[in-house]
Design a protein around this ligand. Structure first.
Ligand code: NAD
Length: 484
């Protein structure tokens, strides 16, 4: 059992005032594997004050970027020495198969190093000659950041949120999801062990009330949130009132458009990842698959075979390629969407229930709906499970209209052997991210959405820039000399 009674606040591990606790349940065994504090408003207040005071005193932000990079690189090294432990914990917490966790954890650390290189190579001040005078444009850390994460990629999301904020000189209060809070303790220990000044990074655990108290706190300058569109909307309202800076990575209902000239093997490799990776608990998932009428039956049969090729089961078994959903609640939600699809008149081509022979664990079969219409709830709402809905189209214009007929705009794809039409589709689909002939999550390029999928970009060099505010200093001649 991983029992944590304390939270990292102001550089110390402290018992929270709240007596409430959250149990962490392994989704494959249904056993309780850990417990963390369910921090209350009082604990949030202490954590934000600690972060505020660390920022205002300025030891961390006064360092130059190279000095900060050195500390953070040490922290990544410390995490690197515990990759197996972290991977095992991520598998136990959320059911990610070990074969995938073994790749995801080191790759998250590489992404962290990418952010450090971006910050290191970036210029934080620039002098511009204007008609009025010389003006220095300097980048300053935005301040105290409330960073709130979901459960579907706990460790990699934490690294992508925490490292860019810290390397710019911000202070952070980080709240992981209540389903997957355990790996964040490794990150807190590594940052402390690497010599991060007290109060610059604070870890609090808790539920949505904890997150809401954090967002509402007047000591916060910026909120970086990844999670559901419903929560993002609420947070947007809260931040609008106080002009807190805001970065939202929310839900999606992305469409993969398969053109009639697509290569079937390439398409199925992309759809296997796009529809079913992480048991479909991926904001960027291709949950709508648009097939051309001329090859509808052939591609549908191939997609069904792809879904049926997954080995669903114990995530600790190296042969497993699909683990359980994160929680009983999420499993029930996905099964209820499957019922909705059937009621709406879509047809289950494969899957549609819990797999036989697994009497423990929150499993759902990889499921393909055919005969779906874009007006159905299964095509409009995010299911966040291994469920793909197949839609038929006649022309590229129609496919693009269907793809764009969505409240979301996070990701999308085209599968074709014609590069011209690939680029045309990529440009005409209104999303923040798009992939050609694959499912790609590229942490070195900006990732994020338009419409209800969010505001801002969480990865790429842009992730680092998002934690700076620009300040213009209009200079006279003697001060201008200092900037040369
Ligand atoms: P969620 O919104 O319920 O919770 C996410 C986090 O926010 C949790 O830590 C939760 O405790 C906290 N929270 C919830 N309501 C809050 C509020 N009002 N104020 C402050 N904090 C609050 O989402 P979830 O169920 O944990 O995650 C699944 C969702 O996340 C999906 O909709 C998915 O698409 C989205 N997601 C998006 C991306 C992306 O990059 N766009 C990545 C991963 C997940």
């Amino acid at each position: 059992m991983n029992v944590h009674e304390e939270l990292l606040v102001g550089g110390e591990w402290r018992k929270p005032a709240s007596k409430a606790r959250i149990s962490v349940v392994c989704p494959s065994t249904e056993e309780t594997i850990g417990q963390v504090p369910d921090a209350g408003a009082e604990d949030v207040d202490v954590a934000v004050r600690a972060a505020r005071s660390a920022f205002d005193q300025g030891a961390w932000r006064a360092m130059n970027v190279s000095e900060r990079v050195e500390v953070l690189e040490r922290a990544l090294q410390l995490l690197g020495s515990r990759i197996d432990e972290i991977g095992t914990l991520v598998t136990a917490q959320m059911g990610l198969p070990t074969s995938i966790a073994g790749i995801q954890i080191p790759s998250a650390l590489e992404t962290g190093r990418f952010f450090l290189r971006v910050a290191q190579d970036d210029s934080v001040s620039e002098v511009r000659q204007t008609q009025m005078c010389a003006a220095a444009v300097v980048k300053e850390p935005v301040g105290v950041v409330a960073s709130i994460a979901p459960w579907n990629g706990p460790f990699n999301m934490a690294i992508s949120k925490i490292i860019p904020a810290l390397v710019t000189g911000c202070s952070v209060v980080y709240k992981p999801a209540p389903e997957t809070p355990l790996d964040a303790f490794f990150i807190a220990e590594a940052l402390t062990g690497a010599g991060l000044p007290a109060g610059v990074f604070n870890l609090i655990t808790g539920d949505r009330e904890t997150g809401a108290a954090l967002v509402d706190h007047p000591g916060i300058d910026k909120v970086s949130f990844t999670g559901s569109t419903a929560a993002g909307r609420e947070i947007g309202r809260q931040c609008g009132g106080s002009f807190k800076r805001l970065q939202l990575e929310l839900g999606g209902k992305s469409a993969a458009i398969v053109l009639e000239d697509a290569d079937i093997a390439t398409t199925m490799a992309g759809l296997a990842m796009g529809c079913f990776f992480n048991t479909g608990q991926v904001c960027a998932a291709y949950s709508r698959v648009l097939l051309p009428a001329s090859r509808y039956d052939e591609f549908t049969a191939a997609l069904v075979a792809t879904a049926e090729s997954f080995v669903v089961g114990d995530p600790f078994d190296p042969a497993t390629t699909m683990g359980p959903l994160v929680s009983a609640r999420q499993r029930d939600r996905v099964l209820s969407y499957i019922d909705t699809g059937k009621d709406e008149g879509a047809v289950i081509a494969t899957g549609g229930g819990s797999p036989a022979g697994l009497d423990k664990g929150f499993y759902v079969q990889p499921t393909v709906f055919t005969g779906a219409q874009n007006s159905m709830r299964i095509c409009r709402e995010e299911i966040f499970g291994p469920v793909a809905s197949v839609l038929r189209y006649e022309t590229l214009d129609e496919a693009i209209a269907i793809a764009n007929d969505s409240d979301y705009g996070l990701h999308g794809a085209v599968f074709t052997t014609d590069p011209q039409r690939a680029v045309e589709a990529a440009r005409r689909v209104h999303t923040g991210t798009f992939s050609v002939n694959a499912f790609v999550y590229n942490a070195e390029a900006p990732f994020g959405g338009v419409k209800n999928s969010g505001i801002g970009r969480d990865t790429g060099p842009e992730a680092v820039q998002a934690y700076y505010e620009l300040k213009t200093i209009n200079l006279d001649a003697p001060t201008a000399a200092l900037f040369n």
